[in-house]
Design a protein around this ligand. Structure first.
Ligand code: IMP
Length: 429
């Protein structure tokens, strides 16, 4: 169906498999847009057995002739951006047209140094477990109104003047607060100018192009990165990322009108994972966690860190579905649960002796929540080649129905394997 705007969001702590869902939807989409976050994301797409990980580029890049955009809400690390384009070019897969917003902020070398220095300063007790990609410090500069935007990289004189001013402050912070070495102006300016000229062909008026697409009967897909529980406002603060990962961020981060959204799609992984610090009520530190990590390949696509794993937390998913107004769920990695005798699902919490079904974005409250589980029977049949809902084993179908009932939205897409082809749809399109 044309002329629609879909937003895809993660409903847990990220790594739900959003990249795969975007890729599966790809043939029907005309315009793919990233709207927040930066190279902290890692969207894995597997086509014909070949694995491609996007950190910055929209996952629609593999589709010939489509329009892909990096919106103003993204923080862009130029080296990573150029590296990803080069990798696609080498594989002969730079098939889409790519346009970058001039208003997107640039992750500069000092942001990455600051990210790591600040984590070290927080110490083991207070660290967030960031990806070290400079995301937080870059968004801080954006809101402090002394960030550099993509447009600044295209103008040598302006860049020199702005950078000199910014570096004066950054160098004081780096040397006096964090005992780091200062950065010389030329050391930062020269690569920045090179990045600017390499990026110039991609910079364009994304807002105008998006509005033309809206008026031109196109299907636009806003591709969220990270996830609701990592949202700067609604996530488990301070153990969050620094952007608006919710669907609402898709509008400030692109310039599309809120009134034009048709569908918000929640991507839900069949179990829960989290990378970095912060509460996770259903975490399993023993054999179950290890089983999920090994079977699900739960190692960070950006940092390689092992992900914390545990049972599906439907209290958290329901919170995300409500918060984002999700009308549809895309359930991923159902096949990972194959072979479990029984599957636990968290449908409530015990909070200091009282039962609650409300999720708290307050990390201190969530820390006190103990999961209350319902136990469902597992299945042993290989489901990786199932092409329809009806062909799934009964217990797998019941698991899906249980999720629909407790999360409050229909499951219309089910991933039963990593490849694009291993996907069941139920009236999704
Ligand atoms: P930052 O975004 O690098 O500042 O990291 C903040 C928190 O978000 C850390 O716990 C990260 O592990 C987490 N995080 C950031 N990006 C992702 C992602 O794409 N998937 C999962 N977790 C992420």
């Amino acid at each position: 169906m044309k002329n629609r705007v879909d937003v895809i969001i993660g409903s847990q702590w990220g790594d739900e498999g959003k990249g795969k869902v975007v890729d599966v939807m790809g043939t029907n989409v005309d315009v793919f847009v990233r709207y927040q976050g930066g190279a902290n994301a890692g969207h894995t797409v597997i086509v014909n057995g070949e694995k491609i990980i996007f950190h910055l580029l929209p996952s629609g890049m593999l589709y010939p002739g489509k329009l892909c955009m990096i919106g103003n809400g993204v923080v862009l690390e130029p080296e990573q951006f150029l590296k990803e384009i080069e990798e696609l070019r080498e594989r002969g897969q730079d098939r889409a047209r790519l346009v970058v917003s001039p208003s997107a902020h640039v992750v500069m070398p000092y942001h990455k140094i600051l990210d790591k220095a600040q984590e070290a300063f927080r110490g083991k007790r207070h660290m967030i477990g960031t990806t070290g990609r400079g995301i937080g410090p870059c968004y801080v500069d954006k809101y402090a109104r002394h960030g550099l935007r993509v447009e600044d990289l295209l103008n040598g004189d302006r860049l020199r003047e702005k950078l000199a001013r910014v570096l004066e402050e950054k160098n004081r912070i780096l040397t006096k607060l964090y005992n780091e070495k200062p950065l010389a102006l030329d050391e930062v300016l020269e690569p920045s100018l090179e990045w600017g000229s390499a990026m110039a062909p991609y910079v364009g008026d994304t807002v105008e192009l998006l509005h033309q697409a809206l008026e031109g009967d196109k299907h636009i897909l806003l591709e969220g990165a990270q996830a609701t529980l990592l949202d700067i406002d609604h996530g488990t603060y301070p153990y969050v990322t620094s952007s608006s990962t919710c669907a609402a961020g898709g509008f400030t981060g692109t310039g599309l009108p809120v009134s034009r959204v048709d569908r918000v799609i929640a991507v839900v992984k069949a179990y829960t994972t989290r990378v970095g610090e912060g509460p996770m009520p259903t975490e399993e530190k023993g054999d179950i966690g290890e089983f999920l990590r090994t079977r699900g390949g739960e190692f960070g696509a950006t940092t390689g860190r092992p992900r914390r794993c545990g049972w599906l937390d439907l209290v958290a998913v329901r919170y995300s579905v409500r918060l984002n107004g999700c009308g549809v769920i895309a359930l991923t990695k159902l096949d990972v649960l194959t072979g479990m005798d029984e599957i636990k699902v968290c449908t409530g919490y015990d909070l200091n002796g009282t039962k609650t079904t409300s999720f708290s974005g307050n990390a201190y409250v969530l820390e006190e929540c103990r999961p209350l589980y319902e136990v469902l029977p597992g299945w042993s049949e290989d489901i990786s080649q199932c092409g329809t809902f009806e062909s799934l084993p009964k217990n797998a179908r019941d698991y899906v129905r249980f999720i629909e009932e407790h999360a409050g939205a229909p499951v219309k897409l089910i991933g039963v394997g990593a490849d694009r082809s291993q996907t069941i749809t139920r009236g999704f399109y």
